[in-house]
Write a protein that binds this ligand. Sequence first.
Ligand code: GLY
Length: 357
Amino acid sequence: MKQKLIFTNLVGQALDDLVADLGAPQVVIVADTNTAQFVLPILVNDSKAAAGARIITMKSGDANKNLDELTSLWRQLAAMEATRSTLVVNLGGGVVSDLGGFAAATYKRGMKCVNIPTTVLAAVDASVGGKTGINFNGLKNQLGTFSEPEAAIISTIFFNTLPQQQVLSGYAEMLKHGLLEDEATLGKLLAYSPVYPIFDSASLLPLIEASVGVKARIVEADLTETGLRKALNLGHTIGHALESFSYTRKSPIAHGYAVAWGLVTELVLSHLQLGFPSEELHRFAEYVLHNYGAYEITCDDYPALIAAMRQDKKNTVADQINFTLLEAVGKPKIDCTASPEQIGAALDIYRDLMHLA
Ligand code: GLY
């Protein structure tokens, strides 16, 4: 993987060192309305490069990861007379790095960029691995590129003030990485509580480093997702369906929560299809129930959920729903399928495990 991963809580110093190494004559920081207000002042205080940078502020939120905001970014880069050697620094969550990364990948056929994630989710997922893009035509991430940034500077200094829900949302992707890696990595994650007041951001840094390591090794082997990278979709076929379904109920759930419940249900499918051990499934389900609670569904909701799974862009064969499942912790199997009956049976067991049935 070309991308350098820097784990430090001295973010300003790390940015200054990078700018010097890359010899960037101009730095442009892309922030959103939240990070511009709350995070940028900290960085400006700690970094000469940030203090001298031009700033582009985009609207926050996934609804703004669109063509209008992208056009606005391109226009502002042009107005600043940015060149290919200008360094773009994405300061924010996944929306900022997806959009800023896409603008950087396409403006003048590509500029260098660095991600400084400010959420747990962005630290362990979006800031690493080079996926950039925007939502289009009502569908998520329909336009984009695989363009690795020069580096990600990953710290926990911005996490202390994150709402509980955002911490747990990011932690679900870490649980996914633990399931894909091995018993030891998963065991450490299940022994940790990312819940206030026990949660303190400093103690999370080694777990984040291990988690990013899992993703980095997978991306290294398969940047453009022709094979192994599909393993990172674990929990996401059902997770995305729950997320979309929650929008139709007009009561949206956070992405990571949907992933946590999706992981439980896909471990059930893994148990039914591939013999994933039942005791591991129960241990994982208990952790999710304890920390994330349960997402209430009834069997009347199954047709809508299965219809949402059919829309998943990971499906490549018409009428087949694609899953990544696990034979055991650390043993993913990509390109699995399941019938509506098997998915219904897995959802029944999810409801049992979550004490909903
Ligand atoms: N978020 C999954 C991936 O980067 O492939």
